[in-house]
Design a protein around this ligand. Structure first.
Ligand SMILES: [Zn+2]
Length: 148
């Protein structure tokens, strides 16, 4: 982002606000010290709200990484890729601007459960959205135990 006044590319962000459809940033030019505001739209516009309430731009690669770990030796690379695409589409089709990381996790788990129950349990066991171990045990019971 170049300075509007002197075109210098080095600016610092002094404030960021996430609104419904864009990210509003106060920037200060490191050269002329003038300040200006930018309104940035991202391609997906989707922000993920983490447990500590910090926000992060939705990143499909994170889902892909999580799936790759959970599906190790269960699904092929291509199947994992397809699953990640499917999940991404579902998420983007929600037409949300923000999504809670727990909700995101649940969506991933729902799709994973259909694709591969063992990978699902693996993913679920590391996914923070499981509030407590009781919930997790219930999920395993529903699956009829882990079949290897
Ligand atoms: Zn400047």
């Amino acid at each position: 982002m170049k300075c509007l006044y002197c075109r210098n590319p080095d600016t610092k962000v002094t404030d960021s606000r996430i609104s419904d459809s864009y990210v509003r940033r106060r920037r200060e030019c490191l050269q002329c010290n003038k300040r200006f505001t930018t309104y940035e739209r991202t391609e997906t516009d989707l922000m993920v709200i983490k447990k500590d309430n910090s926000k992060q731009l939705f990143d499909k690669n994170k889902i892909l990484n999580g799936l790759t770990r959970a599906c190790n030796k269960r699904l092929t690379e291509q199947e994992i890729q397809e699953l990640a695409n499917k999940i991404e589409n579902k998420i983007l089709n929600l037409n949300k601007v923000e999504i809670k990381s727990a909700q995101l996790g649940n969506l991933v788990m729902k799709e994973l459960k259909k694709a591969d129950p063992v990978a699902y349990v693996r993913f679920a066991s590391v996914c923070k959205s499981f509030d407590n171990i009781t919930h997790f045990e219930k999920e395993i019971k529903e699956l009829g135990g882990i079949k290897k």
